[in-house]
Design a protein around this ligand. Structure first.
Ligand code: URA
Length: 241
């Protein structure tokens, strides 16, 4: 790779936004091959030069990529499926190799799926220790009572143990069903579906609308978009140790 400005390399390595990286350089916290640099015009070659911030070496060689897919229902969250079912791969244009989805959505769940080749960040985002919130819009059978929703808020016993407290709100009726918003900070298998089934109101539609600071917004179903630098920084921020 050719030489590039330090702040660009730092932003790409996930240190901080370019602007914040410039501040770190100006503050004398960045070294190139062991020498402190404070000039914002400084360039480095990610393949040859060693860049460190506060003494911590940056991984510069790998260009990480971050995308949001609005997954349609009816496809599995893998790049290829031995059983031949439709996969999310059909919605992805040719992309750099090594990309994978951060966690899974069920075949029948739609909505926000993060796609990246940044294994370290993905592992952190999925690790229970960071309690990254995931928000879903669920359409459920019948009319859950306040008392039933309160059970979900407190935490409910599932066959793999109790759930942590959740935020749940009924948004309104949908024929004989009810639309609800639920935010959980865990990621167990079919968790939202199992939670609503446990209070007697099975889910009939499920869409993930947010993952940590990233929102689905009005992104069309099946569309892929690259996350902005600001969004990537925010994502790293929620999973910082
Ligand atoms: N909870 C579910 O039940 N399904 C999903 O796909 C995600 C969360």
């Amino acid at each position: 790779m050719s030489e590039q400005r330090l702040q660009k390399l730092m932003a790409r390595a996930g240190v901080a936004s370019r602007r914040r990286s410039e501040e770190l350089i100006a503050a004398g916290r960045v070294t190139v091959n062991g020498e402190v640099v404070t000039s914002l015009g400084t360039k480095a070659d990610p393949d040859r030069d060693a860049v460190a911030v506060d003494g911590r070496a940056l991984e510069l060689g790998v260009a990480h990529a971050y995308f949001a897919l609005n997954k349609p229902r009816g496809c599995v969250t893998t790049m290829s499926d031995p059983q031949g079912r439709p996969t999310i791969a059909r919605f992805l244009p040719p992309l750099p190799p090594g990309l994978f989805a951060v966690g899974r959505l069920d075949m029948d769940t739609e909505g926000l799926l993060l796609i990246t080749n940044d294994g370290e960040l993905a592992a952190r985002l999925l690790h229970p220790r960071y309690h990254v919130p995931k928000t879903y819009r669920a359409v459920v059978a019948g009319r859950p009572s306040d008392a039933e929703l309160a059970r979900l808020r407190r935490g409910i016993e599932l066959d793999d143990g109790p759930t942590q407290p959740a935020e749940v709100e009924a948004l309104g009726p949908r024929d004989d069903r009810t639309e609800a918003r639920i935010t959980i900070r865990e990621g167990r298998k079919r968790q939202v579906r199992r939670m609503f089934s446990a209070i007697g109101h099975p889910v009939t539609e499920l869409e993930r609308t947010a993952f940590g600071p990233i929102e689905l917004g009005d992104q069309p179903r099946g569309a892929l978009r690259e996350l902005t630098e600001h969004e990537v920084t925010a994502l790293k921020e929620v999973a910082r140790s």
